[in-house]
Every structure is written in structure tokens, then in C-alpha cells.
Design a protein around this ligand. Structure first.
Ligand code: CTP
Length: 402
């Protein structure tokens, strides 16, 4: 329920702004207290009077009132709210949020808010698909902003595609789910490993892999969003996390990741091993830079330590260990074998034969396998959604309700 929840609703200039009226009604009906902020452009689509009447609070638009010299605090609502909801959120507002631009009251509220933010994008399908917009959306997601995915259908332009603002019912369902899940893992501490490891050959070269770290970062953020404290041991990646609940520990090699994981694990309620750890490392790292020669070069590689297997061997009864398996053949049997050999409680199987899954993409298709071989197939979806499924399963093992 949304009973007693304080929601600052930002409405921006999209045709979908007319749906804000139904959204405010539904939020209020669900027990929320709603205060509305609008951009000047939004007033072209729906009047402040409508939203003020439905929300039972005056609607804020401008910083200043030229008539009487009064001003609206640019940060007050952000500090008041339990959640900032921007619906509809235009490509323009999303772009400004990503860049930290603060040229209206809605944006200063977003930038000063201490609470979570949910956006419901609404725009034409080509705008939605544009790489600039996709990048802005990914950046906001990486900072913990939740996105109510727009639906496919007929758009204001008359074209068909993805870009219709999610229905008010869907947005309210998302908010209810968010508040229900929030804090379910508070008081818990998890270790998450993510990204590739780099095994040095000489001062400038290394053996690495294509892991982007996106899956592990999404899991760390999902755990933190549910109130857990997370220590994220990450190999070299180009993404960042700004979630206050996530403490980042950067490492480079498999040995460094092993040292960090072994140090952190005893103090946790469990670990999720999403890193793509190199299985081999050069026996000796060459000082300086190897010179090109006429003859071929041989490197002797020695095995690295298996971090997941070691944590499995020292795991206490009250700790839960989740691993990943990347398999090219006999996927299920190999994953189950890994789960048992490494003493894991769950294993997330990535098949190399699934399009849109695995390394360096934003989506994933996984199977979550339990100790008794029971498996759940998850459909292909964005990694932050896959993270929710994985954390739901982990949570059920901890006897915490989903
Ligand atoms: N893992 C680890 N340390 C390693 C190798 C793997 O912690 N040195 C972890 C991974 O993070 C993952 C699980 O073990 O959670 C399985 O990794 P995967 O690469 O699929 O399997 P491997 O055990 O390396 O076996 P193989 O490469 O032969 O399939």
C-alpha cells in the first residue's frame, strides 16, 4: 500500500500529461499524499487547477511569483518526499536529469531529493530509441533511478512503437512493489563480485575478457534498493554505482579479487559471485614492456584460485552463496555440477547459445537453479530486471518474504 507515503509528482510537457490526472487520483486513492510540480510546457497539456484539485495541494510551477515577490523553495519538496515520481518524463527532462541541469523547479527538486526517483518516460518511438536518450536512461538507471517502461502502441505522432507512458495502474503497481520490497533486506550485508579480472603479462598488457560488469552492478544495486549493505568487489569496468548502500572495492587481478572476497565474506550474510574471473594467469609478469621479436612468444599460464569454491568451503550455515555459470554445452548439467562442487545455494546459468544474453549486452536470459536441481527460466529482459529475479530467489532462501 501507499498509505502515508509522500510523493512529489513531476509532470512534464508530453501529451501523456493528461494521464497525470488519473495517476494523481489513483495515488491518492491508494493512500498517498501527492504534491505536484509541473514544467511550463506541461501546462499546455493539462491545467494546474485540475491537478491541484485532485491532489488537494497547490501545484508548483515557477521559482518566483512576480506579482508578490514570493518564491517557491527549489529544494523543499525534494526533502519532503518519500519518492519523486516524474510522469510523464520527456526526453528533454530525462536528458537534463542525466546531465544535472537545474533550470526549473522540477529539476531542482529532483537534484536535491534524498529519496528514490521513479520516471515514466513518454515520447515518440524514434526519440525513445535514439542512442543519446538510451545513454541518458542507462546513466539514470545506474544511479538508481527506477524506470516504468513505456508501452508499445499508437503514439501521438500516429506511428506505432515503444514510447507510450506506462498506464497509471502500472505505475502505481510499481510504486507499491517498490515500497513493499524496500527495507526487506535491511540489516543484511552482502558481498557481490562483478566485472572481469585482468591478468598482467607485462607493464602494459593483460589477459582479460569481455565482461562489462553490468549484471553484478545491477545485483548490487537491487540488494541495496531493498535496504541491504553491499560491498561490491569489482574488476575494471566503465560503469559506476552511486547507490549509497553500495561500497565499492576496486581490484584488478583474480588474486586481488580473491584477497578482497576472503577478507569481506566472513562478515556477510552471503555473496553473489557475478564476476568473470580469469581461470589462468601468467606464471610470471614481465617487468617493463616485452619487445617484439622475430620468433613466436609462449606464455606459461597457471590456474588462479577459485574464489566461489573457496567461499563455499568456508561458508557458515547462516550464509547464502550464489554463483554464475557460463556454459556453451550441456548447460543445465554443467551448471548443477558447478553448484554442487562449489557448495553454492543457487546458480544462475547463462547460456552462450542465447541471443541477447551474456557478456557486454544490456539484456540477459538466465535460468536460476537451486540445490535440488529445481530451475526457473527467466525470459530475456534488461539486466536490472534479471537482478530482481535473482534477488527474489536469494531472498526466499533467507526466509525473507519477497
Ligand atoms: N569463479 C570464481 N573464481 C574463479 C572462477 C570462477 O569465483 N577463479 C566463479 C564465478 O564468478 C562464477 C562461478 O565461479 O560465479 C562459475 O564461473 P565459470 O566461469 O562459469 O566457471 P569455472 O568454474 O571458471 O569453470 P569453467 O570455466 O571450466 O566452466
Amino acid at each position: 500500500m501507499l498509505s502515508g507515503k509522500k510523493i512529489a509528482l513531476g509532470v512534464t510537457g508530453s501529451i501523456a500529461a493528461y494521464k497525470a490526472a488519473a495517476l494523481v487520483r489513483l495515488l491518492v486513492k491508494n493512500g498517498a499524499e501527492v504534491k505536484v510540480l509541473m514544467t511550463t510546457a506541461a501546462k499546455q497539456f493539462i491545467t494546474p487547477l485540475t491537478l491541484a484539485t485532485l491532489s488537494r495541494h497547490p501545484v508548483l510551477v515557477e521559482f518566483f511569483n512576480p506579482e508578490n515577490g514570493g518564491w517557491n523553495s527549489h529544494v523543499k519538496l525534494g526533502l519532503w518526499a518519500d519518492l519523486v515520481l516524474i510522469a510523464p518524463a520527456t526526453a528533454n527532462t530525462i536528458g537534463k536529469m542525466a546531465c544535472g541541469i537545474a533550470d526549473n523547479l522540477l529539476l531542482t527538486t529532483y537534484l536535491s531529493a534524498k529519496c528514490p526517483t521513479v520516471i515514466a518516460p513518454a515520447m515518440d518511438m524514434d526519440m525513445y530509441a535514439h542512442p543519446a536518450h538510451r545513454q541518458n536512461l542507462a546513466l539514470l538507471r545506474s544511479r538508481g533511478v527506477l524506470v516504468a517502461e513505456p508501452a508499445c502502441g499508437e503514439l501521438a505522432s500516429g506511428l506505432q512503437g515503444q514510447g507510450r507512458m506506462a498506464d497509471p495502474e502500472e505505475i502505481v503497481r510499481l510504486l507499491r512493489e517498490f515500497f513493499e520490497k524496500k527495507n526487506r533486506l535491511s540489516g543484511k550485508h552482502f558481498l557481490v563480485t562483478a566485472g572481469p579480472t585482468c591478468e598482467g603479462i607485462d607493464a602494459v598488457r593483460f589477459i582479460g575478457n569481455y565482461s562489462s560488469g553490468k549484471m553484478g552492478y545491477a545485483i548490487a544495486e537491487e540488494l541495496a534498493a531493498r535496504g541491504a549493505r553491499v560491498t561490491l568487489v569489482s574488476g575494471t569496468v566503465s560503469i559506476a554505482t552511486k547507490h549509497a548502500g553500495v561500497t565499492l572495492c576496486k581490484v584488478t587481478s583474480a588474486q586481488e579479487m580473491y584477497d578482497a572476497a576472503v577478507r569481506i565474506f566472513p562478515d556477510t550474510d552471503g555473496a553473489v559471485m557475478a564476476a568473470a574471473v580469469a581461470d589462468f594467469t601468467p606464471e610470471r609478469k614481465v617487468e617493463g614492456k616485452l619487445k617484439r621479436g622475430e620468433s613466436s612468444l609462449s606464455l606459461t599460464l597457471v590456474p588462479t584460485k577459485d574464489i566461489a569454491a573457496h567461499l563455499g568451503s568456508i561458508k557458515k550455515a547462516n550464509q547464502t552463496l550464489v554463483g554464475f555459470a557460463l556454459e556453451a554445452a550441456d548447460e543445465y548439467a554443467n551448471a548443477l555440477k558447478k553448484l554442487r562442487e562449489k557448495n553454492l545455494d543457487l546458480i544462475v546459468l547463462n547460456s552462450m547459445n542465447e541471443a541477447g544474453a551474456g557478456f557486454n549486452v544490456d539484456t540477459n536470459k538466465v535460468y536460476i537453479i537451486g540445490k535440488n536441481g529445481e530451475q526457473t527460466a527467466c525470459e530475456l529482459k534488461p539486466k536490472h530486471e534479471v537482478a530482481k529475479d535473482i534477488v527474489d530467489r536469494l531472498q526466499s532462501l533467507l526466509n525473507v518474504e519477497s
